[in-house]
Design a protein around this ligand. Structure first.
Ligand SMILES: Nc1ncnc2c1ncn2[C@@H]1O[C@H](COP(=O)(O)OP(=O)(O)OP(=O)(O)O)[C@@H](O)[C@H]1O
Ligand SMILES: [Mg+2]
Length: 231
């Protein structure tokens, strides 16, 4: 019995380490790009830019704190820090940072929120993990200059956010498996670890929600659904 729980906690620790390393990758790249642009004179020093960089560091500290908290609890019982915010503004901020990265391929991002001033209640820091993982996947599997669309709307009970790309797409037979840890599709441009979708789904479930792959003629549509009222 003791052996089993020891083995289980070792497994959990390994999971936490791989999760935190995975989730730190994007903010580290964002900060590096911001610093390089300053060093190369592409961006001029400004208080707005420094504030953005401090925010990126804060996001990294939050990720470390969050995963450390989980490791102390030994169970997935970290509380969500819920607040109400404008979905459109939030997505624009996330996408802006990602499109400044060198691998963004000149993609055209369209953020289509209906109603335009739609507010959601979520944990901003956790929610960013979903957006970053789904948008980096969309970037990775799109061809240069294609469109990536993010739609947001609400039905009676739920917030619905769709991440739509027109890239290589996903064979139907792969659609469930890809949400498992370390699973990658046949069509992948490489470099990944197969953790992104599993982490995004985990965060969606923390918000009592779900991420699903919808049918599409070209490319991929990932749909995130979670309740409007989380209390
Ligand atoms: N938008 C997409 N278009 C096409 N295939 C996708 C898309 N998103 C995910 N996939 C497929 O799903 C697999 C799993 O995605 P996931 O984000 O979990 O891992 P990854 O992107 O390979 O690696 P990581 O996110 O850990 O860096 C990918 O390897 C890819 O085959
Ligand atoms: Mg990924």
């Amino acid at each position: 019995m003791r052996h089993r729980s020891f083995a289980k906690s070792k497994l959990l620790q390994k999971e936490l380490i791989s999760n935190v390393s995975h989730e730190l990758r994007t903010p580290v790249s964002i900060l590096k790009a911001q610093l390089e642009n300053l060093a190369d004179g592409i961006d001029k020093p400004s208080s707005a830019l420094f504030e953005q960089m401090v925010n990126t560091v804060d996001e990294m500290s939050d990720l470390i704190e969050f995963f450390l908290g989980l490791s102390r609890l030994q169970v997935n019982k970290q509380k969500l820090n819920l607040s109400s915010f404008s979905l459109g503004d939030y997505l624009e901020e996330c996408v802006d940072k990602l499109t400044n990265l060198s691998n963004a391929k000149g993609l055209q991002f369209i953020i289509d929120i209906n109603p335009e001033n739609m507010e959601i209640v979520a944990d901003k820091n956790r929610f960013r993990q979903i957006v970053i993982n789904l948008v980096t996947n969309a970037i990775e599997h799109s061809n240069t200059s294609e469109k990536v669309i993010i739609q947001g709307f609400q039905n009676k009970k739920n917030n619905v956010i769709r991440f739509i790309d027109f890239g290589v797409g996903i064979p139907k037979k792969d659609s469930k498996r890809l949400f498992e840890r370390f699973e990658q599709g046949n069509i992948t441009t490489g470099g990944g670890t197969g953790l992104g979708l599993a982490i995004a789904q985990w965060v969606a479930q923390m918000h009592k929600g779900d991420i699903e792959l919808l049918d599409s003629d070209k490319g991929s549509i990932f749909e995130l659904t979670f309740p409007k009222n989380l209390s």
